[in-house]
Design a protein around this ligand. Structure first.
Ligand code: HEM
Length: 168
């Protein structure tokens, strides 16, 4: 992690807050990852359809027992770790996000899905860590980062549409 961060989006303090919150979540990544996806699917039941390997899970008990969901939650949380660890290098973050965006657009997961997951992540962090840790400063900082994710997906989606219409 760089000592001083020249990040136009976030202050050094905001980067520290985000990294400290995420490192406490990752101390128990499996539990938090599973709880997060239970919440995400409870609040957005139709989204489960997007996951070919999770579509057949009907109840929360089945989800909790699913190795596929556990593995999926771990990949998503580790992807967030990679983003959070590199907040001092926006070019690197942008590169990672473009790959995430392209992989998800291929699966027809576009920006409104990311908008929903962003809201869910902020709410999950508040419920899990409490509003003393996830205070207004932390909430603002997380919201900024999550907006960058959604905005990147939006940009990549527009670029793909422009490329398609230019070649047709
Ligand atoms: C913070 C936002 C997100 C991150 C960091 C993230 C990250 C990832 C990663 C690392 C993978 C595995 C690698 C790959 O196959 O591309 C993945 C797979 C996937 N993601 Fe996401 N994701 C995010 C949001 C979403 C949202 C909002 C949806 C849809 C509601 C979604 C749907 C999927 C699906 C369907 C897969 C494939 C799962 C499978 O292998 O069965 N993701 N995601």
């Amino acid at each position: 992690m760089a000592e001083s961060c020249t990040n136009a989006l976030l202050s050094d303090d905001e980067v520290k807050v985000i990294q400290s919150i995420w490192s406490s979540v990752m101390k128990d990544a499996n539990t938090h990852g599973m709880n997060f996806f239970l919440k995400f699917f409870r609040e957005n039941p139709t989204f489960q359809e997007r996951f070919a390997s999770l579509r057949n899970l009907k109840t929360e008990e089945e989800m909790k027992a699913s190795k596929r969901l556990k593995a999926h939650a771990a990949s998503v949380f580790h992807a967030i770790t990679a983003l959070v660890d590199n907040l001092d290098d926006l070019e690197c973050v942008s590169d990672m996000l473009e790959k995430i965006a392209a992989n998800h657009l291929r699966r027809k997961v576009n920006w409104p899905f990311f908008d929903r997951i962003a809201l869910c992540i902020v709410a999950f962090l508040s419920e899990t860590l409490g509003t003393q840790i996830m205070d207004s400063k932390a909430t603002t900082a997380w919201t900024k980062v999550l907006n960058v994710i959604t905005e990147t997906v939006k940009r990549v989606e527009v670029e793909q549409l422009e490329t398609q219409s230019a070649s047709s």
